[in-house]
Design a protein around this ligand. Sequence first.
Ligand code: 9MR
Length: 381
Amino acid sequence: MKINFKITTLLLLFMVSAISCEKKEEVEKQVNEETLTLKSAFSDDFFVGSAVNDNHINGKDTLALQLIGKEFNTLTPENIMKWMNIHPEENTFNYNMSDQYVALGEKNTMHIVGHTLVWHSQLAPYINTISDSATMAENLKSHINTIVGKYKGRIHSWDVVNEALNEDGTLRESIFLKVMGKDYINYAFQLAALADPAAELNYNDYNLWKPEKRAGVVQLVKDLQAKGTKIDGVGMQAHWSLEGPSLEDIENSIIAYSDLGVKVMFTELDITVLPNPWDLNGAAVEQSYEQFEGDPKMNPYPNTLPDSIQNKLAKRYEDIFNLFLKHKDKISRVTFWGVHDGQSWLNDWPIKGRTNHPLLFDRKLNPKKAYQQIIELKKQN
Ligand code: 9MR
C-alpha cells in the first residue's frame, strides 16, 4: 500500500512537471512572439535597417534612437556622408557627424553602411569645375582612399557608385562620365577594394526593377567582373508606391542580379501613399511641382491615414516581404529610408510640404498595421 502510494505520487509529480515544462515552452514561445522586433523576427533571413539623419546621430531625437536600437541591426546615413557634407573642399574632410554615426552603429553592434562615395548629386562644387581626366582620377582617389581608409574595418558595406544609369540602362552623363569616360566606375570600385579589402562593395540605384535598367546593371556588373574588379552586391533602392512596381518585375531583378553571383539588397525602402504628379494628365516630368504646393488634392491625408489606405499599405508591405522571404537566400539586407513617417524625405518630394505615410512607424513612432503584418508573416513561418 505504502509502495503503491509512493509510485502514484512519483507518477503524479512526473506528470505535473511534464505538463509544466510544456506550459513553460508555450509561455516562452508566446513571450518571444509578442516581443518580436524587426531585427529579431528576420534574424535568420537578412539584416533589417533604417536610414538615419542628423538628429538620430547626434542623439537629440531620443525616442527615435530607442526605436532604432530595438528594431534594427543595420544603419545607413541618409545625408551626412555625401560628398558635399563629408568632403566639401579639396583638402577639407568633415568627420564630426560620420564619427558619431559609426559610434552609434558600433554601440548597437550593427552592420554599418557607408552612403555614398561616387554620386552626381550632392557633390562638392569643386568637383564640378574639373575638366581633365587625370585631375578627376586624382580627386576620386583622394576621396575614396581617405574616407574608406579612415573607416577601414568599421564601415562594413559601401555604396561605392550611386545612380550611374539612365532609365534606359545607358550610362548617365554625370560629371564623372563626361570627364573620365565609363572607366570611372571600375576605378572607383578598385580604389575602394584597395582601401578596405574586407568591406562589402555595392552598386546602388533606383528603379532597378525596370527591365531596361536591369539590363544596364547586369552589363555594369559583368564589366567589373570581367576586369577582375571586386563587386559584392547590387542595392535596389526601392522607392515604391501602393500600385507599383509589380512583384514580378522586382522578382525578375532579384533573380537576374543574384545570377551574377552578387548579393541583392533593398537599400532605401519606402512606399508612397500620395498622388504623384506624374500620374496627372498633362503634367510633364520636367515641370516644376511648385504649382501643386498647398493643393489639398495632392495632400489627401494631412492628419491621419484612413483605414482603407492603412490596410492597402499593410497588404503591399506584406506582399513585398513575402517575396523577400521567398528569396532570402539571395537577399542580405532590407533598409527602410527613414525611421518614421514624420521624417521621411517623401513629405517634401516631389511636392514640398505634404504629409506622407510611407514607413512602418507613424509620426508618434507607433508601429502601423504594416509593421504588425510583416511580423505576423514570421509568426506563421
Ligand atoms: O533622403 C535624402 C534627402 O534628405 C536629401 O534631400 C536627398 C538629396 O539628394 O537625398 C535623399 O536620399 C536619396 C539617397 O541619398 C539616394 N537615393 C535617393 C534618395 C532619395 O532622394
